[in-house]
Design a protein. Structure first.
Length: 256
């Protein structure tokens, strides 16, 4: 079964992927952008560039969490052989999945952006999705702390409170729009604060959703509550600096 883990950046998607990968029947890569790329939603515009960046020897297993060590050359050869003369989107995706996951896992997929949803819907491939959301004030505080003083090509990696809050709000709104197009049995929304407070309970819900035994290692979540309500210390003046859109979404999510 194909699984996507997504959510606004700094909302717990990375720790969730790590916990899910402690299950023997599950493996999710980390922002491999497999689905985003084939659907044309990722930042890579060519197959060569995507493979070159994501299958780079120094990064592929540690950073992108490849389940097996497969280099760029081997992947391209295996992918071309598996795909054959087929050119449709679903064939490209399933061929790449076989090369990467090697049919070893009951549940496989990627942690990444919302563009993957559009890709899989276009390819008419089944999938399930975990969407994580977090108090936007904490998400913004975390972003500011991480990206302060750093320059990056990704505009959302900003240390400006107003801009960061607006990106957060727009991302949540985009999810609301996409959610309306999905079947309720195909997605599970997870509030980060509840996950941090009751990891065992939430992991039980995830196990039921994925129809697997609850064999996750929740110990990875140790000290996670320290990451909630950080905004009170780091951006105490948030009400004066947040965008109107962000405040509206905070209310809609019952954070205010």
């Amino acid at each position: 079964m194909r699984l996507l883990v997504t959510g606004r950046q700094r909302s717990g998607t990375t720790i969730t992927r790590r916990i899910l990968n402690t299950h023997p029947d599950i493996w999710l890569t980390n922002e491999l952008l497999l689905y985003d790329f084939f659907g044309g939603y990722g930042k890579f515009k060519s197959f060569r560039k995507w493979v070159k960046k994501r299958f780079k020897k120094t990064n592929r297993q540690e950073r992108y969490a490849f389940p097996f060590d497969i280099d760029a050359s081997s992947f391209k050869q295996q992918f071309k052989k598996k795909l054959g003369s087929n050119t449709d989107l679903s064939a490209k995706i399933t061929s790449a999945e076989i090369c990467i996951f090697q049919n070893k896992y009951k549940i496989f997929g990627d942690k990444g952006g919302l563009g993957a949803i559009n890709t899989l819907q276009e390819a008419k491939l089944p999938f399930k999705l975990l969407y994580l959301f977090r108090d936007g004030r904490d998400s913004v505080a975390s972003s500011i702390s991480r990206y302060k003083g750093k320059k990056d090509d990704d505009s959302w990696k900003t240390s400006d409170t107003f801009e960061s809050s607006l990106y957060w709000a727009n991302d949540i709104k985009k999810w609301f729009e996409l959610k309306a197009l999905l079947k309720k049995d195909d997605y599970l929304e997870i509030q980060f604060e509840q996950f941090a407070k009751n990891p065992g309970e939430i992991l039980g819900e995830i196990a039921n959703f994925l129809e697997v035994e609850d064999r996750f290692d929740s110990q990875i979540f140790d000290n996670s509550m320290a990451h909630t309500e950080r905004y009170k210390k780091e951006i105490p003046d948030w009400q004066a600096t947040f965008s109107k859109e962000a405040i509206e979404v905070l209310k809609e999510l019952n954070y205010m």
